[in-house]
Design a binder for this molecule. Structure first.
Ligand code: 13P
Length: 287
């Protein structure tokens, strides 16, 4: 059964580790992530972007696929199915489809509108027992030729959103999605500390988990980050393994062209990446 992310994240915050959110794109990825979580007795969050939701034939298809796998694979570790960077309409659609966790990304709205929409979603999610992630954004970018990285949130805005009763808060601290530029300035731990001091106990979420050095991940966890999102790293691992298979001509040997064989190295690469992240985040044996 799918669960809200609330309990697993509160436990992670208290235990000073983080639960990984791994984004899914298709059946193979979903199965690989669920099996890795079960084998390592780790709680896990499956992230679904709106684009990936469309690609997988809509949110009800995603819910049906994941629920079917929980049953068929006899998954007993806590699993949350989470909308990643949801729009207001997307959030409502995922709630209706049976997701157990929602991210409403209102960071591009003026703060008043972000507050109004988040308030409404807090109420709906509370009634249905779902977890809700909110995002606060602000300024960021380049200064004196130094790329500051992603957005840096205003701690007071974080407090305003956290006080609405969301389950977890994603706040920009210089993190960005995808690969980091060579001259990335790193995470703003000073801002993370300020945010932690203003929002108190709320589990914090670190987006853009791909390519953040291990010491920074560990420090972020020590400062209150309880959920870390990873997407690109699994994609890179999958693509590299598939390329290796094809370049070695394996698709031309015997039945190597069978999609179950062709995709197998990529699936193994995802499993390895997910396990490494679970080890780094400290979520193994925390189910
Ligand atoms: P990466 O693609 O950089 O791992 O980020 C994932 C993410 O934050 C999804 O919300």
């Amino acid at each position: 059964m799918l669960v809200s992310a609330k309990e697993m994240l509160n436990k992670a915050r208290d235990g000073k580790y983080a639960v990984g959110q791994f984004n899914i794109n298709n059946l193979e990825w979903t199965k690989a992530i669920l099996q890795t979580a079960q084998e390592n007795q780790s709680p896990v969050i499956l992230g679904v972007s709106e684009g990936a939701g469309k690609y997988m034939c809509g949110y009800t298809t995603v819910v049906g696929m994941v629920e079917g796998m929980l049953k068929e694979l006899k998954i007993t570790v806590p699993v949350a199915l989470h909308l990643d960077h949801g729009s207001y309409d997307g959030a409502k659609a995922c709630i209706a489809a049976g997701f157990s966790s929602i991210m409403f990304d209102g960071s591009h709205y003026p703060i008043e509108e972000n507050i109004a929409k988040t308030t409404e979603l807090v109420k709906i999610c509370e009634e249905k027992g779902l977890s809700l992630e909110a995002e606060v954004g602000a300024i960021g970018g380049e200064e004196d030729g130094v790329v500051g990285g992603g957005e840096v949130a205003d701690p007071n805005e974080c407090k305003a959103i956290a006080d609405l009763g969301v389950t977890m808060l994603a706040a920009g601290i210089g993190n960005i999605h995808g690969k980091y530029p060579a001259n990335w300035a790193g995470l703003r731990f000073d801002v993370l500390e300020q945010i932690k001091n203003t929002v108190g106990d709320m589990p914090l979420v670190l987006h853009g988990g791909t390519g953040i050095p291990e010491d920074m991940i560990k420090k972020a966890i020590s400062l209150g980050v309880a959920k870390i999102n990873v997407n690109t790293e699994c994609q890179l691992a999958f693509a590299a393994a598939t390329r290796k298979y094809v370049e070695a001509g394996k698709d031309l040997e015997g039945k190597g062209f069978d999609p179950r064989k062709l995709l197998a190295p990529g699936v193994e690469a995802i499993k390895t990446t997910v396990k490494e992240k679970m080890e780094l985040f400290g979520s193994i044996n925390k189910a």
